[in-house]
Design a protein around this ligand. Structure first.
Ligand code: SAH
Length: 242
């Protein structure tokens, strides 16, 4: 009986892979993967393991999700240990839930192996705690990709009138729209923002600014990158360690 492991690959640093993820990768007969922050992970597979790239960048699918679902399903007919490897955590903007639901309808056995999400770990490697006593009591993780559909109108910015930390994944190409909108709803122009690119890897880059100037400052930063907005960003001045 085949089993599909919907597995989180973590944010990039290979040592942030879980022991469980490493085990299923080592035992995999086939690995179906997206663009990963660290492709070195694939080298942990056995020699006979097959690899299927179903590339996905910043939420833009090179391959439609239905096709990916079908590839995972077909793999379960042909191989015993199927690993579906996804960046970060499979259930945080990874469409892992959809893939699991598809396997459920096809009666394929599956297991979810959570991964360390970039939403929390990438800020941590930049010296930014997502919550901090007396600074921010909670944090939200949003997709900034929604915004790309011509405008950001389908994102509920009113909802972001808050002092919570806000983390935008998949938002880099909308950075100027997002920061403009946040100023419009009343966040201070000087509200601190960081853009973190290729976090947790040796190529990590961090640009710090304010809602007013971050878009210009982060212009040429490579993806994957996330945006973090809130007073916690200032803690980086002291907590920057990586
Ligand atoms: N499931 C993933 C998120 C998928 S969405 C997770 O839990 O981390 C992909 C987005 O995650 C990217 O557009 C980027 O915003 C963010 N991301 C992933 N890895 C990153 C990294 N190493 N550095 C910065 N951002 C990253």
């Amino acid at each position: 009986m085949a089993k599909v492991y919907l597995t989180g690959a973590g944010p990039g640093d290979i040592e942030l892979l879980t022991i469980k993820a490493l085990r299923v990768i080592e035992e995999a007969d086939v690995i179906i993967y997206d663009r990963l922050a660290n492709p070195e992970i694939l080298k942990k597979a056995k020699k006979s393991c097959e690899f299927i790239y179903v590339g996905k960048e910043d939420g833009r699918h090179i391959m439609p999700q239905d096709d990916i679902n079908e590839i995972i399903y077909k793999s379960s007919l042909n191989y015993k240990n199927v690993v579906r490897l996804k960046g970060g955590d499979p259930f945080v903007f990874g469409r892992g839930g959809e893939e699991a639901l598809y396997l459920f309808t096809r009666d394929v056995e599956f297991e979810i192996i959570p991964g360390i999400t970039s939403a929390v770990s990438v800020p941590a490697y930049a010296g930014i705690p997502v919550t901090h006593r007396g600074v921010s009591k909670s944090f939200r993780v949003l997709t900034g990709h929604e915004a790309s559909k011509k405008d950001v109108s389908n994102m509920n910015f009113e909802d972001l009138r808050t002092d919570d930390t806000i983390v935008f994944l998949m938002g880099l190409h909308n950075l100027s729209k997002i920061s403009k909108k946040l100023i419009e709803i009343g966040k201070g122009k000087n509200c601190p923002v960081a853009v973190i690119s290729k976090g947790t890897t040796i190529e990590q880059k961090v640009v710090v600014g304010t809602l007013l100037d971050i878009a210009a400052k982060a212009k040429n930063i490579p993806t994957p990158a996330l945006i973090i907005v809130g007073e916690v960003v200032k803690l980086r001045e002291k907590l920057k360690w990586f």
